[in-house]
Design a protein around this ligand. Structure first.
Ligand SMILES: [Zn+2]
Ligand SMILES: [Zn+2]
Length: 445
């Protein structure tokens, strides 16, 4: 049985969701869907149109493939092309929805779906099972919170991401493919005593990207004016036990990176409490702007937590300085790590280790992410893994209070009189100003 669906798009259809329905009879065992559109290129390279399609069965999303290379898929009870999730071929009304991420000026685009419905018995594939790993207790754990594979627009598969994380000596790695959770079952199966594998998805909307960490089911990322806004999406992520992180807020946007810069006025930062200030491994001008945005939000009174995410899409060249998260958690488990991030118990760094604490005369203590009474405190910073000439900066309410030259591990403390500042971080930078590490804030209340 075959359905053919056709349509046309122009620039007026950019950043929309165009749905087409088709019926699947009882007894179906397999769908093969070929999606094609022309022209693919426009006269102004290097950019191309970016159309993806999301598949829905009568009850739920069955995933998407967020790239402009692989536009055909197969789905059965136990098998699916990357990006899509296997499961019963339920009878009823299914939908293919064209997500028009990027339509560039030029000739109209003609697209076509060819949908074949099969009824023959299918080869049964085994589903990956979650790995059993030994729990590691309270401590500092270093790893990544943002990564892609060929389940969206990455160039490598889930095992490759895991192997690369292990080679870097990370304690945890996270799979966050664009608008799909199809890789998570395999990610869960690849955990080991050495490496915790975590996951979620990157909500890849037309006006900003956000990480939904810890969720295992698809989150509807589609902002629909008057119906579903970014606040509702963030609330749904949190209600499902996930952690919502604004990703790379100052990334270049269209047409370089579709929807990559954060433009949701109601979420500046609104209910968001985490922001990825260190994106794509290497410290960059966009990251510097993201850090400035985070400091501005702190100065507005928001208790924002800063995170890092490599946003890795394939093999990364050796010898580049990559920012990772180091988190103080109750255990090396996904839930404990996400809880620790919510509390700000982490720093981001491409090398140096950081400890940043405060203590008051009454004996109260605080670590990064915590609050302490503003009654005169001693702030203490301890750093390690420093072997070259760098600068340690104490930042209060966004201003540099003191800069110290450092070239070896050490410790320093500052006496802070009352009623001067609301929050403090410490930064380590090199002579060129490149950030090597920054703590989350200690708040004075
Ligand atoms: Zn992104
Ligand atoms: Zn990403």
């Amino acid at each position: 049985m075959e359905h053919v669906i056709q349509g046309t798009l122009t620039t007026a259809d950019a950043k929309q969701h165009r749905a087409h329905s088709f019926d699947v009879p009882a007894g179906a065992t397999r769908l093969d869907i070929a999606f094609d559109y022309n022209p693919k290129q426009v006269e102004a390279p290097p950019y191309t149109h970016l159309l993806c399609f999301t598949l829905f069965d009568p009850q739920a999303s069955r995933g998407t493939r967020h790239n402009n290379r692989d536009q055909s898929m197969t789905i059965t009870d136990t098998f699916a092309t990357p990006g899509y999730t296997p499961g019963p071929i339920l009878p009823g009304q299914w939908q293919v929805v064209v997500d028009t991420h990027r339509i560039l000026p030029g000739d109209p685009i003609s697209y076509q779906f060819t949908i074949q419905i099969g009824f023959e018995p299918q080869v049964q594939h085994e589903r990956p099972q979650p790995a059993h790993i030994n729990r590691r207790g309270q401590g500092w754990y270093r790893g990544d919170l943002h990564g892609h594979t060929l389940h969206s627009d990455g160039s490598w598969d889930v095992p490759d991401l895991v192997v690369a994380a292990r080679a870097k000596g990370l304690d945890f790695a996270t799979l966050t493919d664009h608008n799909t959770v199809s890789g998570l079952a395999q990610m869960d199966s690849l955990g080991s005593d050495e490496l915790l594998t975590m996951g979620g998805m990157e909500l890849t909307t037309y006006y900003g990207h956000a990480l939904a960490l810890g969720v295992r089911e698809w989150i509807d990322w589609r902002v629909r004016p008057g119906e579903r806004d970014m606040r509702a999406i963030a609330a749904e992520v949190e209600a499902k036990g996930g952690l919502f992180i604004i990703a790379h807020p100052k990334s270049k946007g269209d047409p370089v990176c579709t929807g990559c810069d954060w433009r949701y006025d109601e979420m500046m930062p609104g209910s968001a409490r985490c922001v990825e200030i260190w994106n794509k491994g290497v410290w960059s001008e966009q990251n510097e702007q993201g850090l400035a945005l985070w400091y501005a939000w702190l100065n507005q009174g928001y208790r924002m937590v800063a995170t890092a995410g490599t946003d890795v899409h394939g093999q990364v060249p050796a010898n580049i300085r990559i920012g990772f998260n180091t988190i103080y958690a109750e255990a090396l488990e996904q839930r404990a790590l996400l809880d620790a991030i919510r509390q700000g118990h982490l720093y981001v760094s491409s090398g140096p280790t950081l400890r940043f604490t405060a203590r008051s005369e009454s004996g109260a203590q605080a670590m990064m992410g915590d609050s302490i009474a503003d009654a005169g405190v001693e702030m203490v910073c301890t750093w390690g893994d420093v072997t070259e000439a760098l600068h340690l900066r104490l930042i209060g309410d966004g201003d540099v209070i003191e800069t110290l030259p450092i070239d070896a591990p050490g410790e320093y403390d500052w006496q802070i009189p009352p009623s001067r500042y609301h929050w403090f971080t410490v930064e380590i930078r090199d002579d060129q100003g490149e950030l090597r590490a920054v703590s989350n804030p200690i708040f004075l209340t």
